[in-house]
Design a protein around this ligand. Structure first.
Ligand code: DGI
Ligand code: FE
Ligand code: FE
Length: 194
């Protein structure tokens, strides 16, 4: 990743995201980079994935759906009912198609950043966790403990986030995507079952 490319991507995010989302994006990129330093992941990849993870967040639902239809990207029934979930899939597609990212691990980190998935790579976990703990986040419960845990035991932090996310979704009568549930069960069982 050349520095000039990253700068171009940062400028594109500033232009395409609303100011709050842009600030969140920078915070995720640098939080991910800190976790990468701690766990021995490539910091450039962490920054790139963090910078692009919400690149489709500010598109309208119609736009996200039309990008999927045009590019033969499958939309699940849960995504049809909750189109905001599509920002991960569409974001990963745009990262490849528009921002010319070819690293599959970076594309996967963007693709799985909302629901997670069983058997996540180190980079995928880093982005998933950075998205939740970045310093601008204020709402979630246990944030202080999860932030500390993230720098001590990555898988433990991942499970804490999955647990709290499921509890939050259940309390608000939100539809739980199959993948969110599967990811929780996979990590609850200690990374042994698929
Ligand atoms: O895009 P961000 O807000 O930065 O973060 P994100 O992409 O992780 O999305 C967070 C939201 O997604 C959060 O409110 C929980 C929600 N979410 C995660 N898994 C599911 C879900 N929402 C529904 N309805 N179903 C899920 O399975
Ligand atoms: Fe997101
Ligand atoms: Fe995010």
């Amino acid at each position: 990743m050349k520095e000039a490319d990253l700068k171009k991507i940062r400028k594109a995010m500033e232009k395409n995201l609303d100011p709050k989302r842009y600030e969140h994006t920078l915070a995720v990129a640098y939080t991910a980079s800190s976790l990468a330093m701690k766990y021995g992941e490539d910091t450039d990849k962490a920054i790139l994935a963090g910078m692009l993870h919400d690149c489709a967040k500010c598109l309208t639902n119609d736009k996200k759906i039309s990008i999927c239809e045009k590019n033969h990207i499958m939309i699940s029934e849960a995504e049809m009912r909750n189109p905001f979930l599509l920002h991960a899939k569409v974001g990963s597609f745009l990262a490849m198609d528009k921002y010319e990212v070819s690293d599959q691990d970076v594309l996967n980190a963007i693709l799985h950043h909302t629901t997670g998935r069983p058997g996540m790579s180190l980079l995928e976990k880093i982005i998933y966790i950075a998205d939740y703990i970045e310093p601008g986040r204020k709402q979630a419960p246990n944030l202080e403990l999860i932030r500390k845990t993230a720098f001590e035991d990555l898988d433990k932090a991942l499970l804490m986030i999955l647990e709290d996310t499921l509890a939050y979704l259940q309390s608000g009568k939100n539809e739980i995507d199959h993948m969110t549930q599967l990811t929780y069960e996979y990590y609850k069982n200690g990374d042994v079952l698929v």
